[in-house]
Design a protein around this ligand. Structure first.
Ligand code: AMP
Length: 537
């Protein structure tokens, strides 16, 4: 049998985001929509809708109109969700900006996305966002007309505007731009429509059997599709409430929020579940309200799945797979799939979605059980990359198939396994790191002649970033100096944890750098160094 699978054709929702918000707010006005535990803030659906409608009016007064871009560059907070729905209400496009970005990256995103108004906080323990923004503005960001600081009078004033009726948007209007580096180095804006996001959220909610009684604990970032679609949009589709435990991931805060708010569903990348289960006072938390959740972003080890099911009380935990470009979810396990299927696969194709596995050389569909590149087609496929028709054409063929860059196998039973990556990407604790982006940045260092970045296996994070660097003749530098150079310019998770200075790199006969050999050489070199340290110490 060939590696092609098509999900059941279910009726898709034909509501825009704001129509769906109106529907949920009318149906369950007084039910909880959002709790932000770290901000001590609660909003019902009626309040969320009213805030979105007021902020939409405030944005209109600032000169934002339909199709304009509005950015949010912030950690998880209730305001993030209000900005999201205000944009939908106004027909503006929400640009999700990763709060880990630093000046260079921010300047790139501001310039490319043509954000008119940007929401941000002045500062927190991790960064002084206002300073980073001003550095970024000196480098570019021309379209930015106005910034709004959350938690200031300015923000409160915008929320007190007289609410305006929702704009009429079309289902295929773009509502959200999320940045991802795709298969090449420079970040690209993924254009996602109401149809994409409302329905991906709806089908996820259906698979997880969400109702308005569910409460989803969201320790994953709202700036990424895991928080913003698998979280917020699944909540919007079902009326389930969202619980934000903290600004960013914190294992203890997550379990405390599960307990306090009686969460029924918990999300995370594998490393987050590991951190929660290894808390020394894990048994102190009452997690018995949980029933389900989503683990995605990286492969889930068997032992971890067992523990999440038993100790974390999530018998219906599901595994999801997808990419920002596919809204994101294209395959998922079912709530009652057996353990073997849940740990050895990423589930089966979602409704209204087609997947196939093709040969990386011929492009033909391979037999089931044979490895190839995973491709997907359907309602959930992005409209394209913002302003990048060539990259869009490379990613989506004329028949509407999207190439994921992931390698996988379709089993006889139709369940999909991820076996590797055709693209050169590191997944560090659930964060995608694109070597080429870091390499391009490191080339701006005056002492560096050549650099190659790859991932090393890491027990805690899954993978860690490794850079091999050749310095210019006569130049000297230390690993600490290189890391210092990265600091404040690129996100912390991209800064190489391991740096080695070398004179040459392993290459193929045609001169192509062999990253897998860099990895192998580094691993054996580290083992040697550890041995000699042990012998001398
Ligand atoms: P993003 O666009 O940030 O959502 O990243 C998408 C990439 O994450 C995919 O192309 C995969 O390489 C990886 N990924 C997502 N879900 C899984 C999963 N369940 N198991 C393994 N890798 C995954």
């Amino acid at each position: 049998m060939l590696s092609y699978s098509r999900g059941p054709e279910l009726p898709l929702l034909d509501r825009t985001t704001s129509e769906q918000l109106e529907y949920v707010a009318n149906r369950w006005p007084d039910r909880l929509a959002v709790v932000s535990a770290h901000q001590n803030k609660r909003l019902t659906w009626r309040e969320l809708q009213a805030s979105a409608a007021s902020l939409a009016a405030g944005l209109s007064e600032l000169g934002v109109s339909r199709g304009d871009r509005v950015g949010v560059w912030a950690m998880n907070c209730w305001e993030w969700i209000v900005v999201h729905f205000a944009c939908a209400w106004l027909g503006a496009i929400l640009v999700s900006v990763n709060p880990a970005l630093r000046s260079r990256e921010l300047s790139f995103v501001l310039m490319r996305s043509r954000i008119k108004v940007l929401f941000l906080r002045e500062q927190d323990e991790r960064a002084h966002y206002a300073h980073i923004l001003s550095d970024a503005m000196t480098e570019g960001g021309a379209a930015l007309q106005c910034t709004i600081r959350l938690e200031t009078q300015e923000w409160t004033d915008l929320l007190s505007c007289h609410p305006q009726p929702a704009a009429r948007s079309a289902l295929d209007d773009v509502i959200n731009i999320q940045y991802t580096s795709g298969t090449t180095g420079s970040p690209k804006g993924v254009l996602l429509t109401h149809r994409n996001l409302v329905n991906n959220g709806g089908l996820i909610a259906r698979t997880l059997r969400y109702t308005e009684d569910d409460r989803i604990c969201l320790p994953v970032p709202l700036s990424h599709c895991f928080g913003n679609v698998i979280g917020t949009m699944a909540s919007l589709a079902s009326g389930a409430g969202i619980i934000l435990p903290n600004w960013c991931f914190d294992a203890a805060a997550t379990l405390a929020a599960v307990q306090a708010e009686k969460a029924t569903s918990l999300y995370g990348v594998p490393t987050m579940f590991i951190a929660e289960l290894s808390l020394p006072d894990f048994s102190r938390f009452d997690v018995t309200s949980l029933r389900t959740g989503v683990m995605a972003g990286a492969p889930c080890p068997l032992e971890l799945m067992r523990k999440v099911i038993s100790d974390l009380h999530c018998p219906q935990l599901t595994i999801g797979y997808g990419l920002t470009e596919t809204s994101p979810i294209i395959t998922m396990s079912e709530a009652d799939d057996d353990l073997e299927r849940r740990v050895s696969s990423v589930g089966k194709v979602m409704p209204c979605t087609e997947i196939k596995v093709v040969s990386t050389t011929s492009g033909d569909i391979v037999e089931r059980g044979t490895q190839g590149e995973i491709c997907a087609r359907g309602y959930m496929l992005m409209k394209g990359y913002d302003d990048e028709p060539e990259a869009t054409a490379r990613a989506i063929d004329s028949d509407g198939w999207f190439r994921s860059g992931d390698l996988g196998k379709m089993r006889e039973d139709g369940y999909l396994q991820i076996t590797g990556r055709a693209k050169d990407m590191i997944i560090r604790g659930g964060e995608n790191v694109y070597p080429r982006e870091i390499e391009e940045f490191l080339y701006t260092h005056p002492q560096i002649a050549e650099v190659h970045v790859t991932g090393l296996p890491d027990e805690r994070l899954g993978e860690a970033v490794l850079a091999w660097i050749r310095l210019k003749p006569g130049a000297t530098a230390t690993a600490e100096e290189i890391r210092g150079f990265c600091h404040d310019q690129i996100a912390r998770f991209k800064i190489p944890q391991y740096i080695r200075f070398v004179d040459s790199f392993p290459t193929t006969l045609s001169g192509k750098i062999q990253k897998y050999r860099i990895r192998e050489m580094e691993i054996s070199q580290r083992a040697l160094e550890a041995k000699s340290r042990a012998a001398s110490g």
